[in-house]
Design a protein around this ligand. Structure first.
Ligand SMILES: Nc1ncnc2c1ncn2[C@@H]1O[C@H](COP(=O)(O)OP(=O)(O)OP(=O)(O)O)[C@@H](O)[C@H]1O
Ligand SMILES: O=P(O)(O)O[C@H]1[C@H](OP(=O)(O)O)[C@@H](OP(=O)(O)O)[C@@H](O)[C@@H](O)[C@@H]1OP(=O)(O)O
Ligand SMILES: [Mg+2]
Ligand SMILES: [Mg+2]
Length: 310
């Protein structure tokens, strides 16, 4: 006797080959059909209307041709959900608009580090920010350069940065970053190693700048955290705060598939700061990856409440 679902839903996915390799995993491809979810690759260079039928489309591709392709599809198939709207995703492609969404929420015990955008390197007089700083490229467009960050210890370190970028105050946080993965109404919070704290004594001896990238992809075994970081013993943030942030951000961003990075403010341990939000992150690193993604897609095709709909 087979227990296969009676109805099958066809989900079209349009992803870069890198994303496809990390997301369309054998474990997902074996779990999803058992619940009636069939994932099919779409060719983004051909009209979507020629590749039907779909019950939903998920994507992480940018550019005007792709946006037009989605728009043409929606005008002929207005009831088929596109996860997510390119216009809403765009807010996450700029590190200023990205974190403005958090500030708008006004949730107690949460916020963002002080930051400013530098569009011309001549703008750097009277910064009103306290060293150390982190310089991050303004565009968070998924390119390799968009993840190339610099720790800046003094005025000298501000030289030779390529504008436009964001200068953000570095906040000591005990060497641990929390990543909250969201898929519609589902979410999971995990710990990752982060940059170590920089004490005032250490700062005296640090000069100029230090480049780094993708620290939080370091595994527990490989670096990060630093002395005095007891990774295993670090407590998770309060569940109620995580829940409030997820609810607020889903509404504000009108997105379903994203994650955000949170640190615990070393100056005020009740306070948590959101430092980054990513569209369609590396879900395979999330606990229960296969079932969370499948259950989310089932909600979408069954027209349960999703973000971004009126
Ligand atoms: N303001 C800050 N204070 C302290 N540490 C920070 C701050 N901003 C970033 N970090 C550290 O640097 C890491 C990378 O920063 P961020 O997440 O902004 O970069 P990203 O390239 O967008 O990362 P991702 O790979 O998650 O997209 C964070 O995970 C955290 O460890
Ligand atoms: O590479 P992974 O699959 O792990 O996912 C990473 C993802 O890369 P990909 O979308 O190119 O695959 C990144 O996206 P871009 O900013 O580069 O677009 C960004 O979202 C990271 O935060 C993700 O790591 P996580 O936050 O989950 O640790
Ligand atoms: Mg990050
Ligand atoms: Mg990011």
């Amino acid at each position: 006797m087979s227990n296969l679902p009676s109805e099958l839903y066809r989900i079209g996915y349009a992803l870069t080959s890198k994303k496809e390799q990390t997301f369309i995993l054998p474990s997902l491809l074996s779990h999803a059909p058992q619940k009636g979810i069939v994932l099919t690759k779409v060719d983004p260079n051909k009209p979507l209307i020629q590749q039907v039928p779909f019950d939903c489309i998920i994507h992480k591709l940018y550019g005007s041709d792709w946006k037009q392709n989605l728009q043409d599809f929606t005008s002929q198939n207005p009831s088929i959900p596109i996860i997510d709207s390119p216009d809403y995703i765009e807010v996450l492609q700029n590190r200023i608009s990205m974190l403005e969404t958090v500030s708008k929420l006004k949730i107690t015990n949460s916020g963002v580090p002080k930051q400013i955008a530098i569009t011309e390197v001549t703008d750097m007089e009277n910064l009103k920010l306290t060293f150390p700083l982190i310089a991050k490229p303004l565009d968070a467009d998924g390119s390799e350069t968009s993840h190339k960050l610099h720790l800046i210890f003094d005025n000298e370190g501000l030289k030779n940065l390529t504008a436009p970028f964001v200068l953000q105050e570095f906040v000591n946080h005990g060497g641990v970053v929390f990543k909250v993965y969201v898929a519609g109404k589902y979410f999971r919070c995990v710990k990752r190693k982060s940059l170590p704290d920089i004490s005032e004594e250490k700062l005296v001896n640090l000069k100029g700048s230090l480049p780094f990238s993708q620290v939080s992809n370091l595994t527990a075994a490989g670096g990060g955290g630093g002395e005095g970081c007891d990774f295993e013993k670090t407590e998770m943030p309060p569940e109620s705060l995580v829940e409030e942030l997820v609810k607020g951000l889903r509404e504000e961003l009108r997105l379903n598939l994203f994650n955000f990075d949170v640190i615990r403010d070393g100056r005020n341990k009740d306070n948590y700061l959101v430092i980054d939000i990513n569209y369609f992150p590396g879900y395979a690193k999330m606990p229960d990856f296969e079932s969370v993604i499948t259950d989310f897609l089932l909600d979408v095709v069954r027209k349960e409440q999703i973000s971004g709909e009126d």
